[in-house]
Design a binder for this molecule. Structure first.
Ligand code: ZN
Ligand code: ZN
Length: 403
């Protein structure tokens, strides 16, 4: 028995005036999604708890059966894992941005002109000496991941990113009175100073300056978190899994859950992503795995940018590609990690529609995959962490509890 868990990031919405008070899902022509709903059992789902707006990271943890309230301390670890760093439980991971400082030490560009620094800069940062081990990697664009490894470290430290220009890099402060937080803050401040020294006159930065590109001469850190131990899904459920995604956060959650993370060329996480390639990679991964998580990101981005028509169009575009999956797996699960209402431009705590189709499913009479149709479905209202057990029960992968 094989299953594909399709997660459409932020696809659920509230009624949109520009769409005649329909949601984008209600307004879109999407025969494949409707077929999954018609052939399956439908319902509503709160990724976390009712009314709590989920992040993509906490929602995906829940959808894979973990308790985000137990394991989540910040987004840093998931982004770093998604960027391909080999993390260990207990590591303290940060998101990093290359930025531009002027001669007086004020930040004049928080993204260093959005021109990614090369490997040479990354190598220079890696050569810095600190009292503990650290990992560092450039990720996408002006972004990077920074990870501290050693005893007595803590994620209870403040950001060095002031989140606005015209200010100096903020000193990292301990957020509690523990020796671990004080030690970590001290090491982060030492790192910041050494980065500044190392990159100030780095040849690549001199080159950038001569071309009018803002030099990448400092790193701003934020989102510290401790890498949690997630019991691998093989162990937890006895299934092997793979993930096809572009978003680093989602890749990171899946990687820490012990899943194979498949890289697809041209998978960008935006509307121009390589959908065909992602579907192909999903079908290919089904040969080797019981469960393949296919994540599609751009719905969420379009909601943040409040683009109603574009969101509807993207739903229609994705729907055409999903048709390829219809006869490739025993089970198809169509899910959403959270609602991102166009009117808010942010995640909300509204429930999302969900549908499971495959052998043995107690089909209900829902005909369409959308927020209001699925509210009447046979699954009722579930939480994110219930979804995988419900699927695994249908796949015959769960053991009886009791005699
Ligand atoms: Zn999301
Ligand atoms: Zn979002």
């Amino acid at each position: 028995m094989k299953a594909v868990l399709i997660i459409c990031d932020g696809m659920a919405d509230r009624p949109v005036p520009a769409l005649g008070n329909l949601t984008p899902l209600e307004a879109a022509e999407k025969p494949t999604m409707d077929l999954i709903a018609r052939e399956g059992i439908c319902g509503l789902m709160y990724a976390l708890d009712p009314g709590i707006p989920p992040g993509s990271d906490t929602a995906h943890l829940a959808l894979l059966g973990y308790d985000p309230y137990q394991v989540y301390t910040g987004r840093g670890p998931f982004e770093a894992a998604g960027a391909g760093l080999e993390l260990r439980p207990g590591d303290v991971a940060f998101r990093a941005n290359y930025a531009t400082l002027d001669k007086g030490g004020l930040i004049i560009d928080r993204r260093a002109g959005r021109v990614p620094p090369t490997q040479r800069i990354e190598d220079a940062v890696r050569k810095i000496k600190l009292p503990v081990k650290f990992l560092f990697k450039n990720t996408v664009g002006h972004r990077a991941a920074f990870v501290l490894r050693g005893r007595g470290l803590s994620a209870a430290v403040s950001d060095t990113d002031p989140h606005e220009t015209g200010k100096p890099v903020q000193p990292c402060k301990p957020l509690n009175q523990t020796a671990a937080a004080r030690k970590t803050a001290k090491i982060v401040n030492m790192f910041t100073q050494k980065v500044r020294k190392t990159l100030a006159n780095h040849p690549e930065n001199l080159e950038r300056a001569s071309k009018g590109i803002p030099p990448a001469n400092i790193l701003l850190l934020r989102g510290a978190g401790v890498v949690p131990y997630l019991e691998p899904i093989q162990q937890k459920y006895g299934i092997s899994g793979a993930c096809v995604a572009a978003a680093a956060l989602v890749k990171g959650v899946c990687k820490l859950a012990g899943m194979e993370v498949i890289e697809v060329e041209g998978a960008t996480g935006n509307v121009r992503t390589n959908l065909k390639g992602k579907i192909f990679a999903t079908i290919d991964a089904l040969q080797r795995h019981d469960l393949v998580l296919l994540h599609i990101k751009a719905f969420d981005e379009l909601s943040h940018d409040r683009k109603a028509q574009e969101k509807k169009n993207f739903i229609e575009q994705v729907d055409k590609h999903l048709a390829e999956l219809l006869d490739k797996a025993d089970f198809l699960v169509l899910a959403i990690d959270h609602t991102t209402p166009i009117e808010l431009g942010e995640h909300s705590g509204d429930a999302v529609p969900v549908a499971i189709c495959g052998p043995g499913v107690r089909k209900d009479d829902i005909q369409r995959f959308d927020e209001r149709s699925c509210a009447k479905g046979g699954l009722g209202v579930i939480r994110g962490r219930d979804l995988l057990p419900l699927l695994l029960n249908l796949m015959g992968k769960l053991k009886k509890f009791g005699a």
